[in-house]
Write a protein that binds this ligand. Sequence first.
Ligand code: YH5
Length: 299
Amino acid sequence: MAESLPAAAPQRPLRCGRFALKLNRPLIMGVLNVTPDSFSDGGRYAGFSAALAQAGALLEEGADLLDIGGESTRPGAHEVPVEEELRRVLPLVQALAREGVAVSVDTRKTEVMRATLDAGAAFINDVYALQAPGALEILAASDAGVCLMHMQGEPGTMQRRPDYHEVLREVRDFLAARARACVAAGIAPERIVLDPGFGFGKTLEHNLVLLRGLAEISRLAYPVLAGLSRKSMLGALTGRGAGERLAASIAAVLAAVAQGASLVRVHDVAATIDALKVWRAAQGLEPWPDVGLAETRGT
Ligand code: YH5
């Protein structure tokens, strides 16, 4: 019997800093928020050590990369000054990069990109898709990987009135144009990841059209990252609050991977990997192969 296979994912390894990550299974990006609301304060050191402990837990659970964010991009969140964002993320990036962890930094600020890349970050996750002046040049001068995400509007107001003529085509065309801009600036295609930006200036219906049509974005031949973990769209579908969306998050990951997502950004690493292992085995795929998180140079 002919078996239907999931949309073909790009197979060349993802290059990010010293790492070459094979895409023979979905890569797991663990979310590490270092905003004050994510670690109730007891001073800077308490925040740092709590974040380090959380990083250790995510790695122990099997995360391939850690995505460190010092500024909330949730709807209604306000901007954090550069100095404050650096105070939150830089010590963690330094400590984790030194330990050989593949560190991603979730930032829109060029100063934070520059400083964290200097400190050993392997990947920049930018919800502005390197549209800030100077961002393309900073990435081009590094060997880091980059996630280009689509967002309509600004974090503070993006959920007010999301509006598209044809959401899937508009998001895909935007991502293709940003990837072209990166390549033209000297960023190798092997370093680029695309992300439709679930929840970033999108209604529930927009998010669902993008999830159903993710394979269309995969066809651009760059790995696609899906960030669905605990998001409001899952609350809208289940009626559950942010703290009780694990089952919904896992179902969303499976749907995204079935549509060709190569990376998933998740809070619940162990549970996500369990679900993917079973789902892959059921499809006759190797349950959880090594991705060869190999350091390609340096110490
Ligand atoms: C993403 O999709 N998302 S931060 C609201 C929630 C739960 C979670 C209301 N950074 C993405 O995770 N980077 C964020 O409950 C991201 N893709 C990429 N590349 C928002 C978030 C969240 C928001």
